[in-house]
Design a protein around this ligand. Structure first.
Ligand SMILES: Nc1ncnc2c1ncn2[C@@H]1O[C@H](COP(=O)(O)OP(=O)(O)OP(=O)(O)O)[C@@H](O)[C@H]1O
Length: 261
């Protein structure tokens, strides 16, 4: 039978997490092992926004850090669609992780990594210019974001080291949102913001979904979560005996918190 009704193409998976295990060994505390993620699976397609849910300590930030390639899991796969191909971040060469971050993964952490003496507007332009954008066009885009996020123009040429927590968070958001990253990882992006700026960030996230970004985030604010998310994913800390058993010298050997990016 021939169907006349065109069928919408299913959105492409952008993130596929399979059977992820992550534990930490506390070497300074008698080698105690903390099993945090056990058999975590997650798929996020273009245009979706998934909220990581779970009580404090469940492992939500750990999932985001694994997705950014900061934490190396003991087992499992993290496939990210990068330039049309699903690439496994687990075990990828550091230079490939950096390339994936540069072009594909936008990460809004809770705190701005302040670079001394660099003006706020330059900090925001930098990821776009690194990707080859015209510096003037990048500056215009950065200025538009700064305006939307209500950073007074007199602050644009100042280094954000002395900015308030909420101002720094908005600079952090602008520095990520200035690039149309295909994948966004958002760690409490509105935690320090007032109502007006929270709504602006909701709009920015919805615009990113609209252009097809796949988003994973931690949103403790229920209003923000309800406004931006298409699904929720429960992160549950495994019972002490459930986790994979690893020798102390096998774990954490490859965490990459030191990778710039
Ligand atoms: N680098 C690390 N070294 C040792 N333990 C860690 C490390 N990072 C996270 N953990 C532990 O992993 C567990 C999960 O932490 P995580 O920050 O992922 O939780 P969370 O769900 O994001 O919590 P919250 O909602 O309070 O931010 C915690 O018990 C934490 O102490």
């Amino acid at each position: 039978m021939i169907e006349n009704t065109p069928r919408a193409e299913p959105a492409a998976p952008m993130i596929q997490v399979r059977n992820l295990h992550k534990s930490f060994t506390l070497h300074t505390q008698g080698g105690i092992e903390l099993n945090v993620l056990c058999s975590t699976d997650l798929t996020v397609s273009a245009g979706e926004c998934v909220a990581l849910m779970g009580p404090s300590g469940a492992g939500k930030s750990t999932v985001l850090r694994c997705l950014y390639g900061n934490y190396l899991p003991q087992a499992g796969a993290i496939l990210i669609r990068h330039k049309g191909h699903m690439i496994n971040l687990v075990g990828a060469e550091p230079r490939n992780v950096l390339a994936i971050r540069r072009e594909t993964l936008g990460y809004v952490s809770q705190f701005l990594r302040v670079i001394p003496r660099i003006p706020a507007i330059d900090l925001i332009c930098e990821p776009l210019v690194t990707l080859g954008a015209d510096p003037e066009a990048a500056r215009e885009k950065a200025a538009a974001l700064l305006t939307r996020l209500r950073i007074p123009e007199r602050h644009w040429s100042l280094a954000p080291a002395t900015f308030s927590g909420g101002e720094q968070q908005r600079i952090n958001i602008a520095r990520t949102m200035v690039v149309d990253y295909p994948v966004l990882l958002l760690d409490e992006p509105t935690a320090s913001l007032d109502a007006e700026n929270r709504h602006t960030v909701i709009d920015l996230i919805l615009e990113a979904r609209e252009r097809g970004a796949a988003i994973v985030g931690i949103f403790h604010d229920e209003e923000v979560r309800d406004a931006v998310c298409s699904a929720q994913h429960q992160v549950a800390a495994p019972a002490a005996a459930d986790g994979p058993s690893m020798r102390a010298d096998e774990v954490n050997s490859g965490d990459r918190q030191d990778l710039a990016g």
